[in-house]
Design a protein around this ligand. Structure first.
Ligand SMILES: [Zn+2]
Length: 335
């Protein structure tokens, strides 16, 4: 009897959820927080950006996330998915979700590309299930590891990674990289704070095969820097990990590219950063200016990666086009 009641309750809840979804008008006014990228940083001030709650946390087979870790600010990004109703299950941390909305909207606005979100946050338990299923299918842990991350070794658990698809490429495979959508993402994701985390020549360093569909949020400054340097996150983090927190959070891509390039070229390190300066902005400015290209002011460089407070009617947020992503066009193609 108890079972029957809980089954009925679950059915009732499911019906309510579906009704809610169907009732949502396509031209719904987006709540305040979805009208632009978040001005508030993902990590609280006391948290290091390199730790699990930070946007620069490095995760791989050697550097795993603890079993209990669940991000505190997971939300559903307002983006299209392959099938209606699927979007409810897709979660990302707030800052990454807002950035993904901008990325998808720009893909449509600038190149008329439709992108779908396929898989975002995955818990330790779900990853364990995926891995065990793969082990059963292929016969050994070693073979399974080549394509599926063991629990704790997937950055999907951080809530900062998203697997994406397009109507032309609904399977998550290498072919996505050859589609027009895949190429556009590879060329533009960094503008919105995402990197193509697992690239062709980096397998030995990242431990993962080429995955053109997997994007990782690291914030605009670091994404632009990694994109410009064309190095894996592992190498990048190795060279910036010793920088003080205010530099990691407030530096521009020019500064990070300059510092990492100097280190890669084994130049004697000329830049040193006080751990707690009286005027952090002045320190960052002085450190960045030598790396700025001619004609680029420090303010322009800073604005390009930390545009806060943002203009309310900036060119990057077009609500009409953004809304159309989850109404008519995407739905037609998905079915
Ligand atoms: Zn992925």
């Amino acid at each position: 009897m108890k079972k029957l009641w809980s089954a009925l309750l679950a059915l009732l809840l499911a019906c309510q959820m579906m009704a809610g979804l169907a009732e949502e008008p396509p031209d719904i006014e987006l709540p305040e927080e979805t009208q632009g990228p978040s001005a508030e940083p993902t990590a609280a001030p006391g948290v290091s950006w390199l730790d699990m709650d930070g946007i620069l946390c490095l995760v791989n087979r050697d550097k795993k996330i603890t079993k209990a870790y669940v991000p505190a600010d997971l939300i559903t990004p307002r983006v299209a998915t392959r099938k209606k109703g699927m979007e409810e299950k897709i979660l990302l941390r707030r800052e990454a979700a807002r950035a993904l909305e901008e990325l998808f909207a720009a893909a449509q606005r600038e190149a008329n590309h439709i992108l779908y979100a396929a898989s975002g946050y995955r818990s330790f338990g779900i990853q364990q299930l995926l891995f065990n299923t793969k082990v059963e299918a292929v016969g050994s842990k070693e073979a399974a590891q080549r394509t599926v991350a063991p629990a704790g070794a997937s950055e999907h658990q951080l809530g900062l990674a998203m697997d994406i698809q397009s109507p032309n490429q609904l399977n998550l495979n290498r072919a996505f990289g050859d589609t027009e959508e895949g190429k556009w993402v590879a060329e533009n994701a960094q503008r919105f704070g995402f990197i193509i985390r697992y690239q062709k020549d980096w397998t030995k360093i990242t431990g993962y095969a080429y995955e053109p569909w997997h994007i990782r949020y690291v914030g605009v400054a670091h994404a632009k820097a990694m994109h410009a340097l064309q190095i894996p996150m592992e190498t990048y983090i190795e060279h910036i990990a010793s920088l003080p927190e205010y530099v990691l959070r407030g530096g521009t891509d020019y500064l990070f590219v300059g510092l990492v390039s100097d280190r890669l070229a084994e130049k004697p390190v000329v830049q040193s950063f006080p751990s707690a300066p009286e005027d952090a902005n002045a320190v960052l400015r002085a450190a960045t200016v030598p790396y700025l290209p001619e004609g680029t002011s420090y303010e322009a460089a800073l604005w390009a990666v930390y545009p806060t407070p943002r203009p309310t009617a900036g060119p990057r947020v077009d609500l009409d086009e953004e809304t159309s992503l989850f109404s008519s066009s995407a739905g037609d193609i998905a079915d």
